[in-house]
Design a protein around this ligand. Structure first.
Ligand code: ADP
Length: 357
């Protein structure tokens, strides 16, 4: 059975009125991403500045109306805040010759932690690198820009905390001496938002620009995984001093990491080097290291590409347990070999970012 067409859905949505605005949801341009496939309907309903809870009745009204259309099997409507983080006019229309990048006069350097794909330990590295840089005497901030899966609040045990705003500026949270900002503080983990390119870009710009970072030597940015347009935009908007690429030793991950490298090079963001995570497996019982994956791949690629190899982090149960407990290994077991591996990487990063000290 073929089911209804897009046009049928839109006709019905024209009868759903947003009581707050006194017009129908189609005329108000609140509908986007409409997909109609064999009776399955999905789209995003833009809730603008309002909270999702306030707009829930409108979402339900749309759902009810569509379900009445013959042939409709399922309806999925996601609330989005496409227009919420309004980009500043000057950021929307960059003047030629003027840098589009955000100006952060109190932040000396910015290091982005990036990976070609998810699950390679990018957030684990970002958190432990930030803490290790702090242990070297730097003032450090950590921005969780991984909006698809913001995990920094969980890794630092501040998941239920919320930043406060004053005079349109956001006060970052603090944990283990780090200044922290994450999209995870602003969105509900159980109700993932649909993010599209322009929205991601402006949300990130707000998090960088509108947060009272204070004087920082280094701001560590946990980037979203991958190498799409979004990462590209972020690399172009945030004045990144350098990027650290994380990879696991498996070949496929290294191919992804290569793509990541290429992308940053294309946008003239210096790549400080590559870190190999989950490099070797350290048995929690006997302490013996086994090379489950083809260990050393990142080092080889770094050499091939003329990049610095910043170090290897073993695959160790203690690292995962410390992360899950919200007490990163660099602070909870600072004398362990695993913590020292992060500190060694931090020393190289610090030297690359702040050559004078
Ligand atoms: P990403 O940010 O790349 O998605 P995460 O940092 O969230 O990856 O790591 C994915 C999972 O792997 C987490 O459960 C994390 O605790 C675990 N993990 C990351 N690095 C290590 C490591 N070196 N040893 C043990 N577990 C690790």
């Amino acid at each position: 059975m073929k089911g209804p067409e897009k046009q049928d859905i839109l006709e019905v949505l024209k009868t759903v009125i947003d009581p707050a605005k006194g017009a129908d949801v189609v005329s108000l341009a609140l509908i986007s991403g409409l997909v109609v496939r064999e009776g399955h309907v999905s789209f995003a309903l833009d809730v603008g500045q309002e909270s999702g809870r306030e707009k829930e009745p409108l979402r339900r009204a749309c759902e009810k109306a569509i379900k009445k259309i013959p042939g409709v099997i399922s309806v999925q409507i996601v609330l989005t805040a496409e227009r919420q983080p309004k980009p500043e006019p000057e950021l929307m229309k960059p003047s030629p010759g003027i840098s589009e990048k955000i100006d952060l006069p109190t932040v000396k350097t910015i290091v982005a932690v990036a990976s070609g794909k998810g699950g390679v330990g990018k957030s684990t590295l970002a958190v432990n690198l930030a803490l290790a840089l702090q242990s070297l005497g730097h003032k450090v901030g950590l921005l969780d820009a991984d909006i698809y899966g913001p995990s920094i609040p969980r890794l630092l045990n501040i998941k239920d905390h919320h930043p406060t705003a004053k005079d349109k500026k956001i006060q970052p949270l603090e944990a283990y001496g780090l200044k922290i900002m994450s999209m995870g503080f602003l969105v509900d983990e159980d109700k993932p938002m649909i993010w599209r390119g322009p929205m991601v870009s402006s949300a990130l710009q707000q998090m960088v620009r509108d947060v009272v970072w204070g004087e920082l030597d280094i701001l560590v940015v946990d980037m979203p995984p991958g190498t799409g347009d979004i990462q590209l935009t972020l690399a172009q908007k945030v004045p990144v001093t350098g990027v650290v690429i994380v990879s696991t030793p498996q070949d496929i991950a290294l191919i992804d990491a290569r793509k990541g490298l290429k992308m940053f090079l294309e946008v003239n963001v210096p790549v400080l080097g590559i870190v190999e995570n989950m490099s070797s497996f350290v048995c929690p019982h006997c302490g013996e290291a086994s090379h489950i994956f083809a260990h050393g791949g990142a080092k080889k690629i770094a050499k091939e590409l003329g990049m610095a190899f910043l170090g290897a982090i073993p695959l160790h149960m203690a690292i995962r347990e410390a992360s899950d407990a919200g007490e990163p290994i660099v602070v909870s077991a600072s004398q362990s070999d695993e913590a020292k591996a992060f500190v060694e990487i931090a020393k190289k990063v610090s030297k690359a970012l702040l050559p004078g000290g």
